[in-house]
Design a protein around this ligand. Structure first.
Ligand code: ZN
Length: 283
């Protein structure tokens, strides 16, 4: 059995062996949990222990590569569970040290409440032109959502600050009815905030998309590494361009009321292995 002391001792040794001058901050003190909450429901996250391995293990869920964090003593898979997932057991094939290990996790049901919204009829029953535009945008967004880069360094926390202050006007997962018609569930968190309020990055990230979209309005996507992406919608202003590196806490765009909205607010989505998950699990 590994004790906390053994683990710390080994990390100290590894750090010295690597020629580094100090322990990473998370190893030196038992800080708050740096990773998102475990919540094995549709729209939630499964944190799965993968045990030790000499190099980072790899696995996929729904054909998308999963974020794996940790070190050679203990690796953890942080799996985004799409809202459309039916409850049940999900087997996984984990590749580690040249071998395949079987793992599985169980998704339980979650009932999300319904929300009725009144919006411009043009944004519910699309004209042929708007529908063609939407389909072009959906194809483009698919390529943005497939972004996969190296995970953030182990010393980083995945805990996020809310990007703008304000009242949470709509939560993740709500089953939405626009002008009496059912549409896709709400795939992010809405925060009511006046137009022009600066939006601050919750984690360091790279700008991977800036655009004006039919439903989402002015939009920016950030890539935080390892398949962890965040999206900011209905913006009045985008003060960044593709390729920019944004620091945690840095303002990079402004709240607005563009796209399909009932008023100014920030729509904030968090995506893991191409699944939109509840941003509240990261706060
Ligand atoms: Zn929203």
């Amino acid at each position: 059995m590994k004790t906390a002391f053994d683990r710390r001792h080994l990390l100290q040794w590894m750090t010295l062996a690597a020629g580094a001058s100090a322990l990473p901050s998370w190893a030196a003190r038992p800080a708050a949990d740096p990773w998102p909450d475990d919540s094995r429901v549709p729209g939630g996250i499964a944190r799965l222990s993968l045990g030790p391995a000499s190099a980072r293990p790899t696995l996929s869920f729904n054909d998308a590569p999963v974020l794996v964090l940790g070190d050679m003593i203990e690796w953890t898979a942080i799996i985004g569970i799409p809202l459309s997932t039916t409850p049940g057991q999900y087997p996984l094939q984990v590749q580690a040290d040249g071998q395949t290990r079987e793992k599985s996790f169980t998704v339980t049901d979650k009932k999300y409440v319904e929300q009725s919204l009144k919006v411009s009829p043009k944004t519910v029953d699309l004209s042929p032109e708007d529908n063609a535009r939407y389909e072009r945008e959906a194809a483009h967004l698919k390529t943005v959502m497939a972004t996969l880069s190296q995970p953030l360094p182990m010393t980083s926390s995945l805990r996020m600050q809310v990007p703008v202050p304000g009242r949470r006007s709509s939560s993740f997962g709500l089953r939405r009815v626009f002008n009496g018609q059912s549409r896709n569930p709400h795939s992010g968190m809405d925060i009511a905030s006046p137009t022009g309020t600066p939006v601050k990055a919750p984690l360091p990230g790279k700008v991977i998309d800036v655009g004006e979209y039919f439903f989402n309005g002015g939009t920016v996507w950030l890539d935080h590494g390892g398949g962890l992406l965040t999206m900011y919608c209905h913006l009045s202003q985008m003060d960044c361009k593709v390729g920019d590196m944004i620091q945690a806490g840095q303002a990079f765009c402004k709240v607005g009321a563009t796209g399909r909205v009932t008023g100014p607010h920030l729509h904030w989505s968090v995506m893991l292995n191409r699944a939109m998950v509840d941003p509240a699990l990261f706060i």
